[in-house]
Every structure is written in C-alpha cells, then in structure tokens.
Design a protein around this ligand. Structure first.
Ligand SMILES: [Zn+2]
Length: 338
C-alpha cells in the first residue's frame, strides 16, 4: 500500500468510493492531524452508505472494516466532515486540520444477559469475547465496549504511518478528545495512547523542545524549588485544573510558572495603583503566605521575599488576599498539555 495523488493504492484490500460530503481543499501545511473514530453502525456497509449519502452531511476519508478492508471516501487533500463541533488547543472545527479515519465498531454495548451484549435495542449481538469492560478516559463508570479486531488496529497503524510521511502529521487524536462530553469514540478498546507513542514519539519530543507551552495541573501537587522530590516546597498544594506555563523539562519534572493565591499581612506590603501590571509589592523579607487572614493559620509554602510583586484580589483592614506568579518544578505525571 502507498499514497499517490492523495489516494491509497497498490493494495487489493483498498477501494475508493467518492462521498459527496466534502469541503474545500486543505490550507497550505495541512492536514497535520489524524482523528480516529468508531462508526457506531451495525456493520461496515451501513457506515459507508451513510457517509456517502448526501443527506447525512457527514463523511470521513477512510472506513476500516473488521476484516481490515479499507474504503477511501475522499482524497486526502480534501476536507471531510467527521469532527463536528470540536476543539483542541487553540483550534476549533478540527475538520479543517485533519484526516478522519472511521473504524467499523459498534462502540458502547448494552448488556442483555450474563452472556450477551447488543448494539442498541435492535443491532447486532455479541458475546463476552467481543467486549471490553472499561472506564472511558472522560468517564467515571465502567461500560461495555465493542472490541476492535487485531487486523483493524494493524491497518490503522499502517495507514497512519503512510499519512505521517506524506503529510507531516504531528498529532493523532481521538474524537473523544476534541469533543469530550459529546463523543466517546474511539473509546477505551482502541489503543490510542500506544499508537501515538509508537508513531509520534519523535514528534512529541519536538513539541517539548518548543517551550514555553500551556499546561494544566491534573492532580493536586506541590510546587518544588528543584527538579527533585526532596527539594524545598515553594507551595504546598497547587490544585488540579490550575493553568500553568511549562518552561523546560528535566528528568521527570517540568519547570513551570504557576499563579499562587493566599493571604499576607497588610503591614508588610506597599499597594500601588499606578502600575498596570501589578497592584502591590512586598516590603520585607520572609513575609508569611497564609491560607486564612489569621496569624495562626497555616502557611501555604515559602515566605515571600522583599520586592515580590503581586495582584490584589481582596483588600482588608489588616490582611490582603493576593495572587502572584511563582516558578518551580512539578512532576510530569501531574501535568497535561493544553
Ligand atoms: Zn467520531
């Protein structure tokens, strides 16, 4: 199999069936992303019929059947309609950036009895061997997922490799990642993280070399003074969902810039309304940064130094609630890129 003039050729198990549901050609430098889907259709023919039916207003570049047969529905240089309302990093509407691969798979199955699972009320039935019980990456409870066939996963990998070479693809994403809450495909039965790691490991390192990057804390963690677990704590608890800037990496840590929030005594600061960038400055060394406006409350981490600038969140008589941006180190496993 190879790609010539934006089509897969030289493989007896590849065919082409043009879909009318297409947009313009991709802009220069695109596509640079592959989006993986499951069809959630009863079988591959119904999926292909739907995606080539004008009234569906939906399409994809490829459909991969359970026996590994591939049907291409549009040339790879043309935009297809598989992502819908979607967002990733600063991008919205991922159709304009990506090649869509649909894999014949029923998705979430309904448990009929102890031995049987079904796609919806009337769809095909499956036994346990075809089912994976797992929690979705965006979910909380276990569900039954239709397994992919080995040959399907091999074929996805084979096609992704060709696309990476031909179009300088940098990202492989699941529909579930660009439309979380609305979409669950390809779901936990598809080895998405492994595929990415295997095929894009190199590209991922290139991305990491382009610091600074936006990130978010995914698990409460301490901000440390050095890239070492036993180093001094700058701030005891950076909460999950805090947005941060990643500055560099070392071993299993990222150097980050984090907004920190707490109370300081008003006696040791000078408020300044003349500067637009900050509201005040610390006038003494070792000013305690506390969880409450109370000298007996816990300190949140390192004391502040003279000259530390901050934003004022709340002004009180003896205490003020402030925010300042600190640098420090955080374990890589506590951070996700945005
Ligand atoms: Zn999808």
């Amino acid at each position: 199999m190879k790609i010539t003039k934006h089509r897969l050729i030289e493989d007896p198990n590849v065919s082409f069936k043009q879909t009318p549901n297409i947009g313009k050609n991709f802009s220069k430098g695109l596509p640079d992303t592959i989006i993986i889907h499951y069809t959630a259709a009863p079988n591959v023919n119904s999926a292909i019929n739907w995606l080539t039916n004008k009234s569906a207003n939906a399409s994809a570049h490829l459909v991969i059947a359970r026996d590994g047969k591939i049907t291409q529905l549009a040339d790879f240089n043309v935009i297809t309609w598989h992502a819908g309302k979607s967002k990733w990093k600063e991008r919205e509407g991922l159709n304009n950036y990506s090649i869509g691969i649909e894999i014949d798979n029923c998705g979430i199955l309904r448990k009929v009895d102890s031995k049987t699972y079904q796609h919806g009320e009337t769809g095909p039935k499956f036994t346990k061997e075809d089912v994976m019980i797992a929690i979705h990456r965006n979910g909380k409870k276990t569900e039954a997922w239709h397994k992919y066939t080995e040959i399907q996963i091999e074929r996805v990998k084979e096609v992704c490799k060709l696309l990476i070479n031909e179009y300088n693809v940098k990202f492989i994403l699941g529909h579930e990642e660009i439309a979380p809450g609305r979409k669950t495909d390809p779901g936990p039965a598809f080895p998405l993280d492994e595929l990415r790691e295997e095929l894009l490991g190199k590209q991922k390192k290139e991305i990491i070399n382009s610091f600074p990057l936006k990130g978010i804390i995914i698990k409460d963690t301490s901000l440390l003074s050095q890239p070492h677990p036993n180093s001094e704590v700058v701030y005891k608890k950076v909460s999950d969902n805090t947005e941060i800037i990643l500055l560099q990496e070392k071993d299993s840590f990222y150097k980050v810039e984090v907004p920190l929030i707490g109370y300081v005594s008003k006696a040791h600061v000078q408020l300044d309304n003349t500067d637009n960038d900050f509201d005040g400055v610390v006038t003494t060394n070792g000013l305690n940064f506390r969880s409450k406006p109370d000298p007996k409350s816990d300190t949140l981490g390192q004391a502040l130094s003279k000259g530390q600038k901050f934003s004022l969140l709340e002004n009180g008589a003896a205490w003020i609630y402030i925010r300042y941006v600190a640098q420090g180190w955080i374990g890589k496993d506590k951070v996700r890129f945005l």
